[in-house]
Design a protein. Structure first.
Length: 269
């Protein structure tokens, strides 16, 4: 066994609300006969801490300790057995081929030949400015976009895209740009962007891919913007794991947004 992150529960603080048991898509937490949360098995805990934000008493925390590796296959079987097949798609890493070392890294393959996945970099000059008009004589962009490259979804970006080299990197949860009205100017300006959803994406290779991006390009800074909803904290945990795996000494800065767009937490490094 190696050291890794798993959930630890303070039974004295646990009030038996059960919110953590539903927030954990992997079914790693349950309530015992004393109505206290407990860890069903360490192999079901991915250590990403999606349960932390829902606990009203602070009874949960992520600790690093000697523990067996998270097992996506066993977790998938556990969730199907306890919650049914409809819940299986939410299990972290539960891809049909997850864990097979022979599986080729998907970012080294051509991205399905789709023209929309082709790498593009947008120059500073020629950007739509406030007041400019399009063919329909309407403003082309009330506020100029700060996006400087394409694609942006983590599944589609290449770790070897030249625009990532030595950049200021922004990793944002999908919903953040819709929540914060000034997202482009507040968070995106001057940065390269990657977006992801730790809840709905197939994230089985996300940590490894992010680590490759960081290792190959050595970004100057990394910023992470997430929502305050429970599952979103997993994205920051993935970025932290990726930085450690890359061997770089960066410490990502974190911004947390409420659903109405307020910055509710800020951790600048």
């Amino acid at each position: 066994m190696a050291k890794r992150k798993v959930i630890e529960i303070d039974r004295d603080k646990c009030n038996g609300c059960g919110l953590c048991t539903t927030a954990c898509a992997e079914g790693a937490l349950a309530l015992d006969e004393e109505n206290k949360a407990y860890l069903v098995h360490e192999i079901y805990c991915d250590g990403l801490g999606a349960c932390l934000d829902v606990c009203p008493t602070g009874a949960l925390k992520v600790v690093e300790k000697e523990a067996p590796e998270y097992d996506p296959k066993a977790t998938l079987e556990h969730v199907i057995k306890t919650r049914g097949p409809e819940a299986a798609h939410q299990v972290h890493g539960a891809h049909p081929e997850a864990g097979k070392s022979s599986r080729p890294r998907p970012w080294l393959e051509a991205v399905c030949g789709c023209p929309g996945s082709a790498m593009m970099e947008f120059p500073e000059e020629g950007r739509a400015e406030e007041g400019s008009t399009g063919e329909d004589n309407q403003p082309a962009s009330a506020t100029p976009s700060e996006l400087r490259q394409w694609p942006i979804q983590l599944h589609l970006v290449s770790p070897y895209a030249p625009y990532f080299e030595g950049c200021d990197l922004l990793i944002a949860a999908d919903c953040t740009a819709f929540s914060h009205g000034n997202f482009h100017r507040r968070f995106l300006r001057g940065k390269r962007l990657i977006i992801a959803c730790p809840k709905l994406d197939d994230t089985h290779n996300y940590v490894e891919k992010l680590a490759e991006i960081i290792r190959h390009n050595k970004p100057r800074r990394i910023s992470v913007v997430i929502m305050s909803v429970p599952c979103c904290s997993a994205l920051y945990q993935m970025v932290e794991q990726a930085v450690r795996l890359s061997g770089e000494s960066l410490i990502p800065e974190k911004f947390v947004l409420s659903p109405d767009g307020r910055v509710t937490a800020q951790d600048r490094k």
